[in-house]
Design a protein around this ligand. Structure first.
Ligand SMILES: [Zn+2]
Length: 121
């Protein structure tokens, strides 16, 4: 018997898509998944290219939040992204910490330069 991975509806005549969802879920959920995956891609390029600390941090937060919305699909065995949403969330939590650490060390370097004029790097 076929069972939809998302809504858990099951039946002998239920046809499932390649990712294990019934027709109804395929129509309602897949566009939501695709939109979130696209949003993550856009935010990723902002993290890589943005010049301001604020923009990079906000994009990390967007990725983490959006990945969290995708994790319930993965918990039901529906593959939504490669690497997985859970991996993306962990990776961008680490990235966010790295950006914060870089910002703090850049600040403290500036502080030293101003505090000790004449001393080179
Ligand atoms: Zn379903």
């Amino acid at each position: 018997m076929a069972t939809c991975k998302w809504c858990e509806r099951s039946g002998w005549l239920l046809s499932l898509s390649a990712n294990g969802m019934c027709d109804t879920c395929e129509v309602t959920e897949v566009p939501l998944i695709v939109r979130r995956v696209e949003a993550i891609q856009e935010s990723k390029s902002v993290v890589d290219s943005a010049r301001t600390f604020q923009a990079r941090i906000e994009s990390c937060d967007d990725i983490i939040r959006t990945a969290e919305e995708l994790i319930p699909y993965e918990l039901k065995g529906i593959s939504v992204a490669e690497p997985s949403a859970a991996e993306l969330k962990a990776a961008y939590e680490a990235e966010r910490q790295k950006i914060v650490a870089e910002q703090l060390s850049a600040r403290s370097r500036e502080g030293r330069v101003q505090g000790q004029p004449g001393e080179g790097p």
